[in-house]
Design a protein around this ligand. Structure first.
Ligand code: PLP
Length: 369
């Protein structure tokens, strides 16, 4: 067993950043309820409002648009059930927290490179008309493929539809400018940025009709009642600020990811890299090794001290065929042989070397067998 784990599963969860731990520890020591008018209450309120400003800055949004939630899943469910009253159109490559929140939604096709089919969107908008809600993510969690969200917004606007964008994976990996992107609503999650799990945000532009999610208190502009998760929100704010500061590191992460892919191709000429033809996040690689199941690869790599995932690890403990790869036209065997490698703020050259050495051994063993 290797002593130190090489962690290459940032798209599932990024390691907690030290400044986040400090912010959370400080917030946990605060006795006040942010709704109380006394001094401890006001201190707690200030921490929440500071975090709101930092999260808004990461998203390129107005702080007043930020509604804190219990994570990306809640924010996506809220958007899909609480925005507008018309039909829902969702890309077939969305996260399960979008797909399952609107099971009746019209699924938009995606091309083989993972990008949503804009002609299909145009047809669907013509059928469903004004008042529809379109939900298309900014970056895919399994492949890293970036969606043409600006073009989606343009088509949706022309048809009088609203646009929600799940930016959980894009945040901290790409500069975000919600106002420029033009979307009405955006989802973020703290634990993908080096913040704590169990906290996220639904950021909704002024004037958008968002139905309250929880009633029984005035928190979050009366739209999500309940005493705020103060340590989680303070940690989210610290993570958002650190992620924004670290955006320039993405150039180095891209170099490492490209080196990893080059090394993997040199080992396995029959390798397929999903989404490699499209613009992708700098940190993500989805590799299919024909003839070797993803579960076997993940277990063998784990024994060698390398942590990666098979399919959408953040959605379930057990591995199910990937709906994202299926939507891109992958056959069941190819989709079942894909692993996701995702790098982040602590990744370095040695991690890539350890991955390639362990994966190379696995490849040679599978060929010998
Ligand atoms: N959306 C995407 C694209 C994700 O990758 C995830 C990851 O789990 C989520 C939503 C859900 O976020 P959370 O884990 O905060 O519920």
């Amino acid at each position: 067993m290797a002593e130190t784990t090489v962690y290459l599963d940032y798209n599932a969860t990024a390691p907690l950043r030290p400044e986040v731990l400090a912010a959370m520890t400080g917030a946990m020591a605060e006795p006040g309820n942010p709704s109380s008018v006394h001094a401890p209450g006001r201190r707690a309120r200030r921490l929440i409002e500071e975090a709101r400003i930092r999260v808004a800055a990461l998203a390129g949004a107005d702080p007043r648009w930020v509604n804190f939630t219990s994570g990306g899943t809640e924010a996506n469910n809220w958007a899909l059930t609480g925005l507008g009253r018309g039909p829902r159109l969702v890309s077939a490559a969305e996260h399960d927290s979008v797909l399952q929140a609107a099971p009746e939604a019209r699924r938009l096709a995606v091309h083989a490179d993972g990008r949503v089919d804009l002609e299909d969107l145009q047809e669907a908008l013509a059928d469903f008309g004004a008042g529809a809600l379109v939900s298309v993510m900014l970056a895919n969690n399994e492949t890293g493929v970036l969606q043409p969200v600006e073009a989606v917004v343009e088509l949706a606007r022309a048809a009088g539809a609203l646009v929600h964008c799940d930016a959980v994976q894009a945040a901290g990996k790409l500069p975000l400018d919600m106002a420029r992107l033009g979307v009405d609503c955006m989802t973020l999650s703290a634990h993908k940025l080096g913040g704590p799990p169990g906290v996220g945000a639904l950021i909704c532009r002024d004037g958008v009709d968002l139905k309250p999610l929880l009633r029984g208190g005035g928190q979050e502009s009366r739209r999500r009642a309940g005493t705020e998760n103060l340590p989680g929100i303070a940690g989210f704010g610290a993570a958002a600020e650190a992620a924004r500061r670290d955006l320039p590191l993405m150039a180095e992460i891209r170099r490492l990811r490209d080196r990893l892919e080059e090394g993997a191709r040199a080992i396995a000429p029959d390798l397929r890299i999903f989404g490699a033809e499209a613009e992708r996040l700098a940190n993500t690689s989805c590799l299919a090794l024909p003839g070797r199941s993803a579960e076997t690869q993940v277990m063998a790599l784990d024994l060698a001290g390398v942590a990666v995932s098979a399919g959408a690890a953040c959605s379930s403990g057990k591995v199910q065929p990937s709906h994202v790869l299926a939507a891109m036209g992958a056959g069941p065997d190819e989709a079942a042989s894909a692993i996701r490698v995702s790098l982040g703020w602590q990744s370095g050259e040695a991690d890539v070397g350890r991955f390639l050495s362990a994966w190379g051994d696995l490849y040679r063993r599978s060929r010998a067998a």
